[in-house]
Structures are given as structure tokens and as C-alpha cells.
Design a protein around this ligand. Structure first.
Ligand code: PLP
Length: 373
């Protein structure tokens, strides 16, 4: 082969659903020399990551750490540890990632029952409670911030109804963590998992997870071992926190990155960070509506603040818009898929790009591109 291309990636503004823009401090942290994955230095950083994650998750859960894998690895960890073959699982299904959860639960041999909504809609407290009381599942699953639609599903009533029938609740907070309040303990979530490349503004590759004492008890009482060895939380807890016996070789550089990203979040203050994302979302919606577009998710209180889904106006070719934005302005956004293919744009405003100045610049470029399309 001819000599490999030197790595000089193009300058991009990542306004998609993820990966998102990363602070220079995170890049710098990743370039520091690696140590061994059982080195005392790594174990100390890992301990600090766990402490910072508890703040961001809004939890006191002792079992709070990071899985080596992307958000889907977090999903697989939650499902393989807390869904047993032959058990009943109730899924509140209103988007693509609910379907992925369903598929994973089926592969664990679960009997999956679903309450369905059109993509972009959310379940009312009563609908969720009635479904759970009727089906009496062992585990309930929902997606807090559905990245395929931009809809935000509240969890408190789901958790209350699930606990009434002694079910555990698994919540996907892949897109919301770090950008919106997740509040695991206050909401009553038993198991929540996320990723690093969205609200936490880190490169992809790790999946934070947190497990309530109630869920840990259920896990310890399992009669069959987890079918997945790699995602077995008991083995992982032993490696990270107890004996520190080798399980797998954690990605040291990604842990450095996550440590720095979480430090940045804590320096800003989680509340301030949520407010910043909320403010920028409001600015974004105002600007997008001024351009004549409307949001797929009709009610403002049902919207994910860091992932906006305006509808594609009549006669506009969304693929062409996205290509022009990328090729002429280095701006990445995404389109819809599944039932929303060609119908929505998916535009993330998060992390370092969640500022009034970036939103204004984006809206200007987006408006010009729409006009020319
Ligand atoms: N869950 C949700 C809500 C997501 O948006 C995504 C990715 O976009 C995932 C799970 C899977 O995460 P990953 O692509 O990091 O595996």
C-alpha cells in the first residue's frame, strides 16, 4: 500500500446527536502517558470518576461505575444483569432505542410485553401506571431521552408503579446524562446507563452505569449466572472496587478523558450546566420557529433539551441540506430514520456548543442553507 494518510481530521462543528464537541482539556487529558490498568494511580482516578458520576447521576448508589463499551454496552450490561430468561419485561416503546432494548431483552430469553406510542409521543403517568399494574412485569424499561425522536419521557410515575408490583426499572439516560437532570434517586430509577459521547462531551467508548441497592440485591439473588461474562457487574465490581483482580484491560486514555470531562462539569456546576442547555434549547427553538419550522415534539415540556427535532419543511430535501452544511460549513447534523426518515432533522446543542453565540451562528448557517435548498 502507499504510505498511510497522516491523521489531520477536518474541523467539524458537531451539532448532531453524538458524538459531540469536546473541550480541549479533554483532548489534552487523553494524550497523557498511560499507566497499567491495575496501577494505584488508575485505581484512584477510577474512584474519583465514580464519585463524580454519582453527582451527575444524582445518586448515592455505591455501585456506580463505567463499562468499557459504548452506550449499547451500557444497555447490554443493564439488561443482561437484570433480565433473566423466562421473566416478564415491560417496555414503554416510543422510539428506536426502546426497540433495541426489546431486542436485547428477547435475546436474554425474556417474555417482553410492550406499550406502544407513535415515535415522538410520550406516555402519560396514567397510561404507564395502568400498563404496569395490568402486566405486573419483573422489570420495566424506558428511554428518558429518545434520540430517534427528541422526546423526553418522565420517569417518576413509571418507577412508582413498577415498585408497587415489585418490578425493577431500567432507564436509558444515554442522551440526557450531563445535559439534563436525570436524578436517579429522586426519580426512583433502579438501573440507569449512559454513554460518554453525548451530554458528557467526551469521546465515545465508555458507558457509565448506576445500580440501586434494591437492584444489587436482586442481582446477587440470581439463580442463573449472567449469560454475558464481559458485562457481568459482579465480576466488574470485583475488578474495579473489591479485589482489583484482572477482568479486562480498561482503556486508560478514555478514563483520563472521562475524568477531565466530569471535572469540567463539576467546575461549572451540574445545575448551571442543565440551565445552560435549557437556555440554549429555548434560543434554538425560538430561532427555528422564526425560520418557519415547527418542532416534532409538540409540547415544550416533552422535549429533550440537548437534542432538537424540527420537522423538515414541505419541499425541502433534508439530505441536501445536511450535505451542504457539512461540505460548506463543516457543520454536522443528522436526519430522522425509521418512520421519521426524511421528516425531521436531529440537531444536538450540547457541551461546548451549547452557548448563545454557537446557537446564533448555527441558525444563521442553517437558515441560509434552507433558503438555498
Ligand atoms: N440509547 C440511546 C438513547 C442512544 O441515543 C444511543 C446512541 O445514540 C444508544 C442507546 C446507543 O449508544 P452507542 O451508539 O454509544 O452504542
Amino acid at each position: 500500500m502507499s504510505s498511510p494518510t497522516p491523521i489531520h481530521p477536518p474541523q467539524r462543528f458537531l451539532f448532531g446527536p453524538g458524538p459531540t464537541q469536546i473541550d480541549d482539556r479533554v483532548y489534552e487529558a487523553m494524550s497523557r502517558p498511560i499507566v497499567g490498568h491495575l496501577d494505584a494511580y488508575f485505581l484512584q482516578l477510577n474512584e474519583e470518576i465514580q464519585q463524580m458520576l454519582r453527582v451527575v447521576f444524582g445518586t448515592e448508589n455505591k455501585l456506580t461505575f463505567v463499562i468499557s463499551g459504548t452506550g449499547s454496552g451500557g444497555m447490554e450490561t443493564a439488561i443482561s444483569n437484570f433480565v433473566e430468561a423466562g421473566s416478564k419485561v415491560g417496555v414503554l416503546a416510543n422510539g428506536y432505542f426502546c426497540d433495541r432494548m426489546t431486542e436485547m431483552a428477547k435475546r436474554q430469553g425474556a417474555d417482553v410485553v410492550r406499550l406502544e406510542k407513535a415515535w415522538g409521543e410520550v406516555f402519560s403517568d396514567d397510561e404507564a401506571a395502568e400498563f404496569i399494574a395490568r402486566e405486573r412485569p419483573r422489570t420495566v424499561m424506558y428511554v428518558h431521552a429518545e434520540t430517534s425522536t427528541g422526546a423526553m419521557q418522565k420517569g417518576k410515575a413509571i418507577c412508582a408503579a413498577a415498585h408497587q408490583v415489585d418490578a425493577l426499572v431500567i432507564a436509558d439516560v444515554v442522551t440526557s446524562l450531563g445535559a439534563m437532570p436525570v436524578q436517579v434517586d429522586e426519580t426512583g430509577i433502579d438501573v440507569a446507563y449512559s454513554c460518554t459521547q453525548k451530554g458528557l462531551s467526551c469521546p465515545p467508548g465508555l458507558a457509565p452505569i448506576t445500580v440501586s441497592p434494591r437492584a444489587a440485591e436482586r442481582m446477587n439473588a440470581r439463580t442463573q449466572p449472567n449469560r454475558s461474562w464481559y458485562f457481568d457487574l459482579k465480576l466488574l465490581n470485583d475488578y474495579y472496587n473489591l479485589s482489583h483482580r484482572y477482568h479486562h484491560t480498561a482503556s486508560i486514555s478514555l478514563f483520563y478523558a472521562l475524568h477531565e470531562a466530569l471535572a469540567l462539569i463539576l467546575e461549572e456546576g451540574v445545575q448551571n450546566r442543565w440551565e445552560r442547555h435549557s437556555r440554549c434549547h429555548a434560543e434554538f427553538v425560538k430561532g427555528i420557529e422564526a425560520l418557519g419550522l415547527h418542532m416534532l415534539v409538540a409540547k415544550p415540556e416533552h422535549r429533550v433539551v440537548n437534542l432538537n427535532t424540527p420537522c423538515v419543511p414541505e419541499g425541502v430535501d433534508e439530505t441536501k441540506v445536511r450535505k451542504t452544511l457539512l461540505n460548506e460549513h463543516g457543520i454536522e447534523i443528522m436526519g430522522g430514520f425509521g418512520p421519521l426518515a426524511g421528516k425531521i432533522f436531529r440537531i444536538g446543542v450540547m457541551g461546548p456548543l451549547a452557548t448563545e453565540a454557537h446557537v446564533a451562528k448555527f441558525l444563521q448557517r442553517f437558515g441560509e442553507t434552507l433558503k438555498g435548498s
